[in-house]
Unconditional design. Sequence first.
Length: 88
Amino acid sequence: MARLLLKAGLTGATIALLASPAAAYIGPGLGLGAIGAILGSIAAVLMVIAGLVWYPAKIMLRKMRAKKTGAAVGESAGSTSLDTPEKT
């Protein structure tokens, strides 16, 4: 597996070094659009990482608060009658 990765890396590096420069013009509209797409992609990845960290931390904090106040874990201060059905 390591030999395959080494071959692929060397092949990619060789192709990149032997490529001739492109004689192309990138206008300001395309350049800004590309920069915006790259920054948007980076922001999306960072938000996914933040979400993966935040939601488990939020659940842990909710459980710690419930344990400290003695309330049940499923109950919260903002729950309404629509959240839990009434027993009759």
